[in-house]
Design a protein around this ligand. Structure first.
Ligand SMILES: Cc1cc2nc3c(=O)[nH]c(=O)nc-3n(C[C@H](O)[C@H](O)[C@H](O)COP(=O)(O)OP(=O)(O)OC[C@H]3O[C@@H](n4cnc5c(N)ncnc54)[C@H](O)[C@@H]3O)c2cc1C
Length: 436
């Protein structure tokens, strides 16, 4: 295995809308940019390549600009597993690569919040965004009966994608109250592009009932999902279906920022990266943009990414010119938080026997109410599996307000062979001493 070392002016982690915009802005100023992402194609979550329907035009335009830039390199199938001052440790196609940089933009996006309920680990149950991602990658859905549930505008977007791939979307169940969703919809005139998008999606899904104040109670089946018990308004009902796509909103991916020592703040139970007007984090030379800094949607991610890219390349006037656009986009983020807040009863769906950590098969009853994250890990192995607590740790933060105090690299599970490939003469290398 060849050890590889690369150098650039601006390293951008994450090729979603925020990362692509940051890379484009920095490259426009002549900076040498490297953009990394584990996916085979750029686009992040919202612009994930769809093998049937392709990619949206704005994503293609951004990518074309980057591929045409002589100073930009895109490292796809590459994930950052650790970082120290000025160096990223990257697993690139099974190899270890060290990327030295002058400035770093963290655009690591968000993941779904999955809350446990009886039956949620049955085959046939996924997240709402997870189902959408699978559909775009070719998961066979023709004539499958799907229920979409959880919270937030992602439910409609997921329903549309699943329908476009041939699924019969039987119902969309939103846990937020009708009054809240109504107020959110009435305020959308301030963001005409979003209002149009919402109306278009709703029109495409005209046959599918959209119910507020509604949520999943349990998934039913023996070796796979057969039906789902739901509460619609005040009434319990059973719907026979093949798939359940259930997600309760999004939470920022902050692990890399956390391991670099960037300051975090909490929106409810979940941390986000703190940035100033220039998208600077509390660590010198490290910027952050997009959903890692709080859930704000596509427009917010794009404009924050552009500001971070301009500032990382010392183009402060170009960055300042985007501040009012960012203010407008962030107002939308505040609306999202306010109107799709989780109601108390969705935090009480799991019973004692419900598995909370599905990597290590830990039931809710094994985690007493006041247990801390570290204690839960040591006593029950909760959070020690392949997802490294991304699913169960996030759920427990929401359900029990259990917060993680730190994050030790590697950020993703990785082979010792890759770790041993990083320069053993580098004192900053967190994997110094790892042998093949
Ligand atoms: C599953 C899911 C589906 C969604 N679907 C929609 C939708 O249909 N419509 C919509 O409007 N919004 C959707 N969203 C919301 C959407 O994420 C945002 O609006 C927008 O994509 C945020 O852009 P971003 O660049 O901040 O993050 P993202 O688009 O999430 O991009 C972040 C990128 O960072 C990469 N990354 C993370 N950690 C590392 C690391 N350590 N090393 C290298 N790369 C890393 C990820 O692979 C990802 O590609 C979805 C969100 C999720 C989680």
């Amino acid at each position: 295995m060849a050890e590889r070392r690369l150098e650039c002016d601006v390293a951008v982690v994450g090729a979603g809308p925020a990362g692509l915009s940051a890379a484009k802005a920095a490259a426009a100023a002549g900076a040498r940019v490297v953009l990394l992402d584990p996916q085979p194609r750029p686009g992040g979550q919202v612009w994930r390549n769809d093998i049937v329907h392709g990619m949206p035009a704005p994503s293609l335009a951004l990518q074309a600009a980057l591929y045409a830039s002589p100073t930009t390199a895109l490292l796809m199938r590459s994930e950052v597993i650790a970082a120290s001052k000025g160096v990223l440790y990257v697993r690139a196609d099974g190899d270890g690569v060290e990327l030295r940089h002058a400035a770093l933009v963290l655009a690591t996006g968000a993941r779904e919040l999955l809350l446990p309920f009886p039956g949620w680990t049955l085959p046939g149950v996924t997240g709402a965004g997870g189902a959408q991602a699978l559909a775009k990658q070719g998961w066979p859905l023709r004539d499958k009966r799907v229920v979409v549930a959880g919270s937030g505008p992602l439910l409609l977007a997921a329903g549309r994608t699943l329908q476009a791939h041939g699924a019969r979307v039987l119902a969309i169940l939103e846990q937020a109250a009708l009054a809240d969703v109504g107020m959110f919809a009435c305020g959308l005139w301030r963001w005409p592009r979003k209002a149009l998008q919402a109306a278009t999606i709703r029109a495409e899904l005209w046959r599918t009932p959209y119910r507020c104040d509604s949520h999943v109670v349990r998934a039913i089946g023996e070796d796979r999902l057969r039906a789902v018990q739901v509460r619609i308004g005040g009434r319990i009902k059973t719907i026979e279906c093949d798939q359940l796509a259930c997600g309760f909103g999004l939470v920022p991916n902050v692990e890399l920022a956390q391991s670099l020592g960037c300051e975090l703040a909490y929106d409810g139970a979940h941390p986000r990266v703190v940035v100033d007007d220039w998208q600077r984090t509390s660590v010198d030379g490290v910027y952050a943009a997009g959903e890692a800094c709080g859930i704000g949607g596509l427009d917010c991610a794009e404009v924050e990414g552009a500001i971070a890219g301009h500032v990382a390349a010392a183009m402060l006037d170009s960055a300042r010119a985007l501040w009012s656009r960012r203010r407008h986009a962030r107002r939308f983020a505040a609306q999202l938080r306010q109107h799709f807040e989780l109601q108390k009863h969705v935090r009480a769906l799991a019973d004692d026997d419900t598995i909370v950590c599905r990597c290590e098969d830990v039931p809710m009853s094994a985690i007493p109410v006041h247990m801390q994250a570290r204690e839960a890990k040591l006593a029950t192995r909760c959070g020690m599996g392949a997802c490294q607590g991304r699913v169960c740790g996030t759920a427990l933060a929401e359900l029990r307000d259990i917060r993680r105090s730190g994050f030790r690299p590697p950020i993703f599970p990785v082979s010792l062979e890759v770790l041993a490939g990083f320069g053993q003469d580098d004192p900053a290398n967190p994997f110094q001493g790892v042998e093949r």
